[in-house]
Write a protein that binds this ligand. Structure first.
Ligand code: ZN
Length: 440
Protein backbone atom coordinates (compact mmCIF):
# COMPACT_ATOMS: atom_id res chain seq x y z
CA UNK A 1 0.00 0.00 0.00
CA UNK A 2 1.03 3.57 -0.60
CA UNK A 3 0.94 4.24 3.14
CA UNK A 4 4.55 3.19 3.44
CA UNK A 5 5.50 6.33 1.59
CA UNK A 6 3.85 8.35 4.33
CA UNK A 7 6.31 8.33 7.23
CA UNK A 8 4.39 10.73 9.43
CA UNK A 9 1.29 8.59 9.37
CA UNK A 10 3.07 5.35 10.06
CA UNK A 11 4.88 6.93 12.98
CA UNK A 12 1.53 7.91 14.46
CA UNK A 13 0.32 4.34 14.05
CA UNK A 14 3.46 2.92 15.59
CA UNK A 15 3.19 5.15 18.60
CA UNK A 16 -0.24 3.85 19.38
CA UNK A 17 0.70 0.26 18.83
CA UNK A 18 2.40 -2.14 21.12
CA UNK A 19 2.53 -5.77 20.07
CA UNK A 20 0.65 -7.12 23.06
CA UNK A 21 -2.38 -4.82 23.00
CA UNK A 22 -4.87 -4.13 20.31
CA UNK A 23 -5.32 -0.61 19.07
CA UNK A 24 -8.13 1.59 20.17
CA UNK A 25 -9.63 3.26 17.16
CA UNK A 26 -11.81 6.25 16.83
CA UNK A 27 -14.50 5.36 14.29
CA UNK A 28 -17.48 7.14 12.86
CA UNK A 29 -20.67 6.60 10.90
CA UNK A 30 -22.73 9.18 9.12
CA UNK A 31 -26.49 9.53 8.78
CA UNK A 32 -27.79 11.59 5.88
CA UNK A 33 -31.09 13.34 6.44
CA UNK A 34 -32.50 14.65 3.21
CA UNK A 35 -34.01 18.11 3.24
CA UNK A 36 -37.38 17.77 1.47
CA UNK A 37 -37.90 19.68 -1.76
CA UNK A 38 -40.85 21.53 -0.27
CA UNK A 39 -38.56 23.20 2.26
CA UNK A 40 -35.98 23.96 -0.42
CA UNK A 41 -38.65 25.65 -2.52
CA UNK A 42 -40.00 27.68 0.36
CA UNK A 43 -36.56 28.64 1.59
CA UNK A 44 -34.23 29.57 -1.27
CA UNK A 45 -31.82 30.99 1.33
CA UNK A 46 -31.13 27.44 2.60
CA UNK A 47 -30.13 26.29 -0.86
CA UNK A 48 -28.15 29.52 -1.30
CA UNK A 49 -26.24 28.96 1.92
CA UNK A 50 -25.47 25.33 1.08
CA UNK A 51 -24.17 26.33 -2.36
CA UNK A 52 -22.05 29.16 -0.93
CA UNK A 53 -20.57 26.85 1.69
CA UNK A 54 -19.83 24.25 -0.93
CA UNK A 55 -18.21 26.74 -3.30
CA UNK A 56 -16.07 28.18 -0.49
CA UNK A 57 -14.98 24.68 0.55
CA UNK A 58 -14.13 23.71 -3.02
CA UNK A 59 -12.12 26.84 -3.65
CA UNK A 60 -10.25 26.37 -0.39
CA UNK A 61 -9.52 22.69 -1.09
CA UNK A 62 -8.44 23.41 -4.66
CA UNK A 63 -6.04 26.17 -3.60
CA UNK A 64 -4.60 24.20 -0.70
CA UNK A 65 -4.03 21.05 -2.76
CA UNK A 66 -2.53 23.07 -5.59
CA UNK A 67 -0.05 24.67 -3.17
CA UNK A 68 0.84 21.25 -1.77
CA UNK A 69 1.10 19.25 -4.98
CA UNK A 70 1.70 21.88 -7.67
CA UNK A 71 -1.11 20.32 -9.66
CA UNK A 72 -4.35 21.98 -10.67
CA UNK A 73 -6.78 19.14 -9.92
CA UNK A 74 -4.79 16.38 -8.27
CA UNK A 75 -6.55 13.02 -8.10
CA UNK A 76 -5.80 11.71 -4.64
CA UNK A 77 -6.89 8.61 -2.80
CA UNK A 78 -8.07 9.17 0.79
CA UNK A 79 -4.83 7.71 2.15
CA UNK A 80 -2.77 10.08 0.01
CA UNK A 81 -4.85 13.02 1.20
CA UNK A 82 -4.21 12.08 4.80
CA UNK A 83 -0.50 11.88 4.09
CA UNK A 84 -0.54 15.27 2.48
CA UNK A 85 -2.45 17.13 5.18
CA UNK A 86 0.22 17.06 7.85
CA UNK A 87 -0.04 19.33 10.92
CA UNK A 88 2.61 21.74 9.59
CA UNK A 89 0.21 22.65 6.76
CA UNK A 90 -2.31 24.07 9.21
CA UNK A 91 -1.13 27.69 8.97
CA UNK A 92 -1.29 27.69 5.19
CA UNK A 93 -4.77 26.16 5.33
CA UNK A 94 -5.95 28.78 7.80
CA UNK A 95 -4.63 31.59 5.65
CA UNK A 96 -6.49 30.30 2.59
CA UNK A 97 -9.72 29.93 4.59
CA UNK A 98 -9.34 33.53 5.84
CA UNK A 99 -9.11 34.69 2.25
CA UNK A 100 -11.73 32.47 0.66
CA UNK A 101 -14.64 32.19 3.10
CA UNK A 102 -15.53 35.92 3.41
CA UNK A 103 -15.84 36.14 -0.39
CA UNK A 104 -18.89 33.88 -0.18
CA UNK A 105 -20.57 35.95 2.52
CA UNK A 106 -20.18 33.25 5.16
CA UNK A 107 -20.40 34.07 8.84
CA UNK A 108 -17.18 34.33 10.83
CA UNK A 109 -18.36 31.37 12.91
CA UNK A 110 -18.34 29.09 9.84
CA UNK A 111 -14.81 30.10 8.88
CA UNK A 112 -13.66 29.47 12.47
CA UNK A 113 -15.07 25.95 12.36
CA UNK A 114 -13.47 25.35 8.99
CA UNK A 115 -10.11 26.45 10.38
CA UNK A 116 -10.43 24.15 13.36
CA UNK A 117 -11.34 21.18 11.15
CA UNK A 118 -9.19 22.25 8.22
CA UNK A 119 -8.27 18.67 7.24
CA UNK A 120 -11.80 17.30 7.55
CA UNK A 121 -13.06 20.11 5.36
CA UNK A 122 -10.79 18.95 2.53
CA UNK A 123 -11.62 15.33 3.16
CA UNK A 124 -15.40 15.69 3.31
CA UNK A 125 -15.75 18.78 1.12
CA UNK A 126 -18.03 20.28 3.79
CA UNK A 127 -17.72 22.43 6.89
CA UNK A 128 -18.28 20.56 10.15
CA UNK A 129 -20.83 22.23 12.43
CA UNK A 130 -21.22 21.65 16.15
CA UNK A 131 -24.21 19.57 17.09
CA UNK A 132 -26.24 18.39 20.05
CA UNK A 133 -28.44 15.33 20.35
CA UNK A 134 -31.32 15.52 22.82
CA UNK A 135 -32.57 12.09 23.86
CA UNK A 136 -34.62 13.08 26.92
CA UNK A 137 -35.05 16.48 28.52
CA UNK A 138 -31.50 17.80 28.31
CA UNK A 139 -31.08 21.53 28.06
CA UNK A 140 -30.65 22.97 24.57
CA UNK A 141 -27.12 24.37 24.57
CA UNK A 142 -27.44 26.39 21.36
CA UNK A 143 -25.34 24.34 18.97
CA UNK A 144 -25.72 25.01 15.25
CA UNK A 145 -27.44 21.67 14.70
CA UNK A 146 -29.90 20.47 17.33
CA UNK A 147 -31.27 16.95 16.94
CA UNK A 148 -34.27 16.36 19.15
CA UNK A 149 -35.03 12.66 19.22
CA UNK A 150 -38.21 13.07 21.28
CA UNK A 151 -39.97 15.40 18.86
CA UNK A 152 -38.16 13.91 15.85
CA UNK A 153 -36.93 17.27 14.59
CA UNK A 154 -33.51 18.52 13.49
CA UNK A 155 -33.05 22.28 13.88
CA UNK A 156 -30.35 24.12 11.97
CA UNK A 157 -29.51 27.64 13.09
CA UNK A 158 -26.80 30.22 13.73
CA UNK A 159 -25.55 30.05 10.16
CA UNK A 160 -26.40 33.60 9.11
CA UNK A 161 -29.87 32.76 7.76
CA UNK A 162 -33.11 32.27 9.72
CA UNK A 163 -33.27 28.81 11.38
CA UNK A 164 -34.93 25.89 9.64
CA UNK A 165 -36.12 22.48 10.74
CA UNK A 166 -36.21 19.05 9.13
CA UNK A 167 -38.33 16.16 10.30
CA UNK A 168 -36.58 12.90 11.12
CA UNK A 169 -38.03 9.84 9.42
CA UNK A 170 -38.83 6.79 11.49
CA UNK A 171 -35.89 4.83 10.08
CA UNK A 172 -33.58 7.77 10.90
CA UNK A 173 -34.67 7.57 14.54
CA UNK A 174 -34.17 3.80 14.60
CA UNK A 175 -30.70 4.25 13.09
CA UNK A 176 -29.73 6.88 15.69
CA UNK A 177 -30.97 4.73 18.58
CA UNK A 178 -28.93 1.77 17.30
CA UNK A 179 -25.79 3.91 17.26
CA UNK A 180 -26.50 5.18 20.78
CA UNK A 181 -26.90 1.60 21.99
CA UNK A 182 -23.50 0.85 20.48
CA UNK A 183 -22.06 3.62 22.63
CA UNK A 184 -21.66 6.24 19.91
CA UNK A 185 -22.10 9.96 20.39
CA UNK A 186 -23.16 12.65 17.95
CA UNK A 187 -19.95 14.42 17.16
CA UNK A 188 -20.68 16.92 14.41
CA UNK A 189 -22.98 17.68 11.53
CA UNK A 190 -22.63 18.91 7.97
CA UNK A 191 -24.96 20.87 5.76
CA UNK A 192 -24.39 19.17 2.45
CA UNK A 193 -25.38 19.41 -1.16
CA UNK A 194 -24.93 16.82 -3.88
CA UNK A 195 -23.09 17.96 -6.94
CA UNK A 196 -23.94 16.34 -10.22
CA UNK A 197 -20.94 16.12 -12.48
CA UNK A 198 -21.30 17.19 -16.06
CA UNK A 199 -20.22 19.90 -18.43
CA UNK A 200 -21.79 22.47 -16.14
CA UNK A 201 -21.89 21.18 -12.57
CA UNK A 202 -25.37 21.44 -11.11
CA UNK A 203 -26.40 21.18 -7.50
CA UNK A 204 -28.98 18.67 -6.43
CA UNK A 205 -30.26 17.21 -3.20
CA UNK A 206 -29.72 19.05 0.06
CA UNK A 207 -29.09 17.14 3.25
CA UNK A 208 -28.00 17.41 6.85
CA UNK A 209 -25.38 14.78 7.69
CA UNK A 210 -24.97 13.68 11.29
CA UNK A 211 -21.63 12.19 12.23
CA UNK A 212 -21.63 9.70 15.12
CA UNK A 213 -18.36 8.59 16.63
CA UNK A 214 -17.17 6.10 19.16
CA UNK A 215 -14.00 4.52 20.36
CA UNK A 216 -13.63 0.87 19.62
CA UNK A 217 -11.07 -1.73 20.45
CA UNK A 218 -10.15 -4.04 17.64
CA UNK A 219 -11.12 -7.63 18.42
CA UNK A 220 -8.71 -10.52 18.38
CA UNK A 221 -10.03 -12.50 15.41
CA UNK A 222 -10.97 -16.13 15.98
CA UNK A 223 -12.10 -16.77 12.41
CA UNK A 224 -12.00 -15.24 8.95
CA UNK A 225 -14.80 -14.19 6.61
CA UNK A 226 -13.45 -14.16 3.08
CA UNK A 227 -15.28 -12.03 0.54
CA UNK A 228 -14.82 -12.45 -3.19
CA UNK A 229 -15.91 -9.25 -4.88
CA UNK A 230 -14.97 -9.84 -8.47
CA UNK A 231 -18.27 -9.15 -10.19
CA UNK A 232 -21.43 -7.77 -8.63
CA UNK A 233 -23.57 -9.12 -11.48
CA UNK A 234 -22.36 -12.64 -10.75
CA UNK A 235 -23.12 -12.18 -7.10
CA UNK A 236 -20.70 -11.93 -4.23
CA UNK A 237 -19.44 -15.05 -2.44
CA UNK A 238 -18.47 -14.94 1.19
CA UNK A 239 -17.08 -17.86 3.13
CA UNK A 240 -16.66 -18.31 6.88
CA UNK A 241 -13.43 -20.08 7.77
CA UNK A 242 -12.87 -21.38 11.31
CA UNK A 243 -9.67 -23.24 12.21
CA UNK A 244 -8.81 -23.49 8.55
CA UNK A 245 -12.10 -25.13 7.60
CA UNK A 246 -14.86 -23.70 5.46
CA UNK A 247 -17.89 -23.60 7.76
CA UNK A 248 -20.45 -21.56 5.84
CA UNK A 249 -20.87 -19.95 2.43
CA UNK A 250 -23.04 -16.97 1.56
CA UNK A 251 -24.15 -16.12 -1.97
CA UNK A 252 -25.35 -12.52 -2.20
CA UNK A 253 -27.58 -10.89 -3.32
CA UNK A 254 -30.35 -13.34 -4.20
CA UNK A 255 -30.95 -14.27 -7.85
CA UNK A 256 -34.04 -12.04 -8.21
CA UNK A 257 -32.09 -8.89 -7.28
CA UNK A 258 -29.41 -9.73 -9.84
CA UNK A 259 -32.05 -10.45 -12.50
CA UNK A 260 -33.81 -7.16 -11.83
CA UNK A 261 -30.54 -5.25 -12.18
CA UNK A 262 -29.85 -6.96 -15.49
CA UNK A 263 -33.35 -6.08 -16.71
CA UNK A 264 -32.77 -2.44 -15.80
CA UNK A 265 -29.46 -2.39 -17.69
CA UNK A 266 -31.05 -3.86 -20.77
CA UNK A 267 -33.95 -1.41 -20.68
CA UNK A 268 -31.59 1.55 -20.30
CA UNK A 269 -29.36 0.53 -23.20
CA UNK A 270 -32.43 -0.15 -25.35
CA UNK A 271 -33.74 3.36 -24.64
CA UNK A 272 -30.32 4.91 -25.25
CA UNK A 273 -30.07 3.17 -28.61
CA UNK A 274 -33.59 4.20 -29.58
CA UNK A 275 -32.93 7.82 -28.57
CA UNK A 276 -29.77 7.91 -30.67
CA UNK A 277 -31.75 6.80 -33.76
CA UNK A 278 -34.74 9.10 -33.10
CA UNK A 279 -34.90 12.10 -35.45
CA UNK A 280 -37.78 13.94 -33.79
CA UNK A 281 -36.28 16.10 -30.97
CA UNK A 282 -39.36 15.97 -28.72
CA UNK A 283 -39.59 12.21 -28.86
CA UNK A 284 -35.85 11.91 -28.43
CA UNK A 285 -35.94 14.05 -25.28
CA UNK A 286 -38.72 11.88 -23.88
CA UNK A 287 -36.65 8.74 -24.44
CA UNK A 288 -33.61 10.35 -22.85
CA UNK A 289 -35.63 11.46 -19.83
CA UNK A 290 -36.94 7.96 -19.36
CA UNK A 291 -33.42 6.50 -19.64
CA UNK A 292 -32.13 9.02 -17.11
CA UNK A 293 -34.94 8.16 -14.71
CA UNK A 294 -34.12 4.45 -14.98
CA UNK A 295 -30.41 5.17 -14.55
CA UNK A 296 -31.01 6.88 -11.24
CA UNK A 297 -33.26 4.00 -10.25
CA UNK A 298 -30.39 1.64 -11.09
CA UNK A 299 -28.02 3.74 -9.01
CA UNK A 300 -30.32 3.53 -5.98
CA UNK A 301 -30.83 -0.19 -6.57
CA UNK A 302 -27.09 -0.89 -6.63
CA UNK A 303 -26.64 1.17 -3.49
CA UNK A 304 -29.38 -0.81 -1.77
CA UNK A 305 -27.91 -4.14 -2.84
CA UNK A 306 -24.45 -3.10 -1.68
CA UNK A 307 -25.81 -2.02 1.72
CA UNK A 308 -27.63 -5.33 2.08
CA UNK A 309 -24.61 -7.45 1.11
CA UNK A 310 -22.34 -5.52 3.48
CA UNK A 311 -24.81 -5.89 6.35
CA UNK A 312 -25.07 -9.67 5.90
CA UNK A 313 -21.32 -10.16 5.72
CA UNK A 314 -20.63 -7.96 8.75
CA UNK A 315 -23.35 -9.78 10.73
CA UNK A 316 -21.64 -13.10 9.99
CA UNK A 317 -18.24 -11.70 10.96
CA UNK A 318 -19.61 -10.24 14.20
CA UNK A 319 -21.24 -13.53 15.17
CA UNK A 320 -17.99 -15.46 14.84
CA UNK A 321 -15.55 -12.68 15.93
CA UNK A 322 -14.05 -12.95 12.49
CA UNK A 323 -11.70 -10.74 10.55
CA UNK A 324 -13.06 -9.54 7.21
CA UNK A 325 -10.75 -10.39 4.35
CA UNK A 326 -11.65 -8.99 0.96
CA UNK A 327 -10.23 -10.47 -2.19
CA UNK A 328 -9.77 -7.62 -4.59
CA UNK A 329 -8.31 -7.23 -7.98
CA UNK A 330 -5.23 -5.09 -8.23
CA UNK A 331 -6.02 -1.38 -8.31
CA UNK A 332 -4.53 -1.11 -11.81
CA UNK A 333 -6.71 -3.90 -13.16
CA UNK A 334 -9.70 -2.23 -11.55
CA UNK A 335 -8.90 1.16 -13.04
CA UNK A 336 -8.20 -0.35 -16.43
CA UNK A 337 -11.48 -2.23 -16.46
CA UNK A 338 -13.30 0.87 -15.39
CA UNK A 339 -11.79 2.98 -18.12
CA UNK A 340 -12.35 0.37 -20.77
CA UNK A 341 -16.01 0.10 -19.83
CA UNK A 342 -16.45 3.69 -18.83
CA UNK A 343 -19.93 3.98 -20.24
CA UNK A 344 -20.98 0.37 -20.32
CA UNK A 345 -23.04 -1.77 -18.06
CA UNK A 346 -19.97 -3.18 -16.35
CA UNK A 347 -18.96 0.21 -15.03
CA UNK A 348 -21.96 0.24 -12.72
CA UNK A 349 -21.07 -3.15 -11.36
CA UNK A 350 -17.51 -1.99 -10.84
CA UNK A 351 -18.73 1.17 -9.10
CA UNK A 352 -20.86 -1.08 -6.94
CA UNK A 353 -17.80 -3.11 -6.03
CA UNK A 354 -15.89 0.00 -5.01
CA UNK A 355 -18.84 0.96 -2.85
CA UNK A 356 -18.96 -2.52 -1.34
CA UNK A 357 -15.27 -2.48 -0.44
CA UNK A 358 -15.54 0.91 1.22
CA UNK A 359 -18.68 -0.07 3.06
CA UNK A 360 -17.24 -3.35 4.33
CA UNK A 361 -14.13 -1.58 5.52
CA UNK A 362 -16.12 1.16 7.19
CA UNK A 363 -18.52 -1.21 8.97
CA UNK A 364 -15.73 -3.61 9.95
CA UNK A 365 -13.95 -0.71 11.61
CA UNK A 366 -17.11 0.44 13.32
CA UNK A 367 -17.46 -2.95 15.02
CA UNK A 368 -13.73 -3.36 15.68
CA UNK A 369 -13.40 -6.25 13.23
CA UNK A 370 -9.99 -6.44 11.56
CA UNK A 371 -10.19 -5.71 7.84
CA UNK A 372 -7.70 -6.84 5.27
CA UNK A 373 -7.53 -6.66 1.49
CA UNK A 374 -5.68 -9.61 0.10
CA UNK A 375 -5.23 -10.84 -3.44
CA UNK A 376 -6.69 -14.34 -3.67
CA UNK A 377 -6.60 -15.91 -7.07
CA UNK A 378 -9.52 -17.22 -9.01
CA UNK A 379 -7.57 -18.30 -12.08
CA UNK A 380 -4.52 -19.93 -10.50
CA UNK A 381 -4.84 -23.53 -9.39
CA UNK A 382 -4.88 -23.77 -5.59
CA UNK A 383 -3.58 -27.34 -5.79
CA UNK A 384 -0.54 -26.99 -8.07
CA UNK A 385 -0.22 -23.27 -8.92
CA UNK A 386 -0.73 -23.63 -12.66
CA UNK A 387 -2.83 -21.20 -14.66
CA UNK A 388 -6.34 -22.60 -14.99
CA UNK A 389 -8.70 -22.43 -17.94
CA UNK A 390 -12.27 -21.24 -17.74
CA UNK A 391 -14.83 -23.67 -19.10
CA UNK A 392 -18.40 -22.61 -19.68
CA UNK A 393 -20.69 -21.92 -16.70
CA UNK A 394 -17.88 -20.23 -14.77
CA UNK A 395 -16.12 -23.53 -14.08
CA UNK A 396 -12.33 -23.43 -13.80
CA UNK A 397 -10.16 -26.37 -14.73
CA UNK A 398 -6.45 -26.92 -14.18
CA UNK A 399 -4.79 -28.40 -17.30
CA UNK A 400 -1.90 -29.75 -15.22
CA UNK A 401 -3.47 -31.54 -12.24
CA UNK A 402 -7.10 -31.67 -13.28
CA UNK A 403 -8.41 -29.61 -10.34
CA UNK A 404 -11.86 -28.34 -11.25
CA UNK A 405 -14.26 -26.04 -9.42
CA UNK A 406 -16.59 -23.05 -9.76
CA UNK A 407 -14.70 -19.83 -10.30
CA UNK A 408 -16.40 -18.21 -7.29
CA UNK A 409 -15.13 -20.93 -4.96
CA UNK A 410 -11.49 -20.75 -5.98
CA UNK A 411 -10.61 -17.69 -3.82
CA UNK A 412 -12.20 -19.45 -0.84
CA UNK A 413 -10.04 -22.51 -1.46
CA UNK A 414 -6.97 -20.27 -1.63
CA UNK A 415 -7.99 -18.61 1.63
CA UNK A 416 -8.45 -22.03 3.24
CA UNK A 417 -4.97 -23.06 2.20
CA UNK A 418 -3.45 -19.84 3.54
CA UNK A 419 -5.75 -19.62 6.57
CA UNK A 420 -3.16 -19.34 9.38
CA UNK A 421 -1.02 -16.90 7.45
CA UNK A 422 -4.03 -14.70 6.67
CA UNK A 423 -5.31 -14.87 10.25
CA UNK A 424 -1.89 -13.75 11.46
CA UNK A 425 -1.92 -10.87 8.99
CA UNK A 426 -5.30 -9.64 10.21
CA UNK A 427 -3.83 -9.32 13.68
CA UNK A 428 -1.54 -6.51 12.56
CA UNK A 429 -2.89 -3.14 13.59
CA UNK A 430 -4.68 -1.45 10.76
CA UNK A 431 -4.38 2.11 9.76
CA UNK A 432 -7.12 3.69 7.80
CA UNK A 433 -7.82 7.17 6.54
CA UNK A 434 -11.44 6.91 7.56
CA UNK A 435 -10.53 6.64 11.20
CA UNK A 436 -7.93 9.35 11.45
CA UNK A 437 -9.98 12.39 10.66
CA UNK A 438 -12.58 14.19 12.78
CA UNK A 439 -10.21 13.84 15.66
CA UNK A 440 -7.91 16.74 14.95
ZN1 ZN B 1 -3.50 -27.71 -10.75
Amino acid sequence: MKLLACPRVSSITNRDFSPTTYTHMYVYRTLRIEIPWRLVEERPDVLGLAVRMRLAVEEYARRLLKELTGQEEPKLAPEELVCLLTPDRRELARRIIEEVFPKYGLKRYIAEWAKFFWRDVVFHRAVPLNAQLRVGNERDISMAVFVDLKSGIVRVRKLGIPPFAVELKKNNIVWIRERLEEGAKLKLAFLGIERQRGKEPTYGKLYVALVFAREVQQIKPRAVVVVDVNRLDNGVTAGLLVDGKLRQTLRLPDESAVRELRRLHEEISRLDGKAAREADPVRRRRLEDRARYLASKRFRKIRGIVAHIAREIIELAKTYSAAVVVDTMEDETYRELKERNSSGVKKHFLDGLGQLRRRLQHLAQWYGLPYLEERLYSTICPRCGAKMKELNNRRMRCPVCGFNNNRDNVPLIWAKRRYWEILQKTKQPAFSATTTLLTS
